[in-house]
Design a protein around this ligand. Structure first.
Ligand code: TRP
Length: 358
């Protein structure tokens, strides 16, 4: 069975996700998201949300426990704000809490971390040691290295498995963590001779890897110091125009086409347009074929972004001013995820031999 499924990115195609699927994903609370996060992940979440079939379950979470894996001093008030902003962002981007459950990982944290422990007892150190994110993020100084960062992927596997998630929409950078999840499901099933955990499939969309506006050979990234390199989904129209105007392009200024190798800057702008309009690159190229100078191209791109982000921006203001609504969404999300997690953890403990019905 294929362990990865590609999602079509246009508005009309049905999604290749079965009726009984449990779709699960999470993002880290890093505050307001930028175009790269939106077109790379949240837009796919929204598509799945919009095309949900009656028996499918969707749970989207804010990975606030994972946010602690890189300890920061005096972080608590910022984490509090980031968590709130993350929920407001998901709602503003069109995730509908009547359709998809939205939760905080830490609210159902007891279930996630308990399963994390059971999986830790099955996860080989060598496997975790080979994870690219661990290799990239670890400092190399054993006296400073934290267990949490090392164990991060096992908690991620537990997040998915506690809901018996079957389909997980994530970006490329998460594919190794999903492989580990499948590995741990198999190990568990084999160890206890059960067929309990499904093998979670990675759902990826050919969605968009958006590059930095100022240096299109790099990913658009929050950690960049350069404010012109990224557009936040809540940026004002003026700020969007300014950033697109200053975006790095090239010297061919009379025709615009997609060629990420030779023309990374222009291709990135076209990629953004294609992501927002959910059009193929051919269609986008056709739309811009009558533009013959950078000024018009950049105006066109700015218009598309501004128009697409307008509802997100106004929703965002509305939701961040309505804390009691946000709290009700979270409470409702907590209740429905807690119910599933509780039931599953009870089954899991029974399988392991930890239930008290002697
Ligand atoms: N590691 C993911 C990221 O940084 C976030 C995450 C945590 C996640 N738990 C998850 C994603 C479970 C999918 C499923 O983007």
């Amino acid at each position: 069975m294929e362990s990865c499924v590609e999602l079509p990115m246009d508005k009309t195609s049905p999604l290749p996700i079965p009726d009984d699927a449990v779709i699960f994903s999470m993002i880290q609370p890093t505050g307001v998201i930028h175009l790269g996060n939106f077109l790379g992940a949240i837009n796919t979440w929204k598509q799945i949300n919009d095309k949900k079939r009656p028996d499918q379950k969707i749970i989207y979470g804010i990975a606030d426990l994972h946010a602690l894996t890189i300890p920061k001093k005096d972080y608590s008030s910022q984490l509090k704000t980031n968590r709130m902003e993350a929920i407001a962002t998901l709602l503003s981007c069109g995730i509908n809490p009547q359709v998809s459950t939205i939760n905080f990982q830490s609210m159902v944290g007891g279930y996630h971390t308990e399963l994390f422990w059971y999986l830790s007892c099955l996860a080989p150190l060598g496997y975790l040691n080979r994870m690219t994110q661990w290799k990239d993020k670890k400092s190399g100084d054993q006296t400073k290295e934290r267990l949490g960062l090392f164990a991060y992927p096992v908690l991620q596997a537990a997040d998915i498995m506690i809901y018996k998630g079957t389909h997980v929409p994530v970006g490329d950078d998460q594919s190794q963590h999903l492989e580990l999840t499948r590995y741990l499901s198999e190990r568990f099933n084999a160890m206890y001779n059960v067929d309990y955990f499904p093998s979670a499939k990675t759902l990826y969309s050919k969605s968009k890897k958006i590059a930095s506006l100022s240096n299109p050979s790099k990913k658009m990234s929050k950690s960049s110091e350069d404010r012109l390199s990224m557009i936040y989904v809540t940026d004002s129209p003026e700020s969007i125009r300014e950033k697109i105007k200053k975006a790095k392009t090239d010297s061919i200024s009379d025709t615009f086409y997609f060629d990420p190798v030779e023309r990374p800057g222009v291709s990135n702008l076209l990629e953004i347009v294609s992501g927002f309009q959910q059009k193929t690159m051919k269609e986008v190229e056709k739309d811009v074929s009558q533009l013959h100078d950078y000024r018009s191209l950049k105006e066109y791109v700015s218009d598309v972004i501004i128009e697409s982000l307008a509802p997100i921006r106004s929703n965002y203001t509305k939701y961040t001013n309505d804390k009691s609504y946000l709290e009700s969404v979270i409470q409702q999300g907590y209740e429905s995820s807690q119910e599933i997690a509780h039931k599953n953890l009870t089954d899991i403990k029974k399988i392991i031999g930890l239930s008290n019905d002697f």
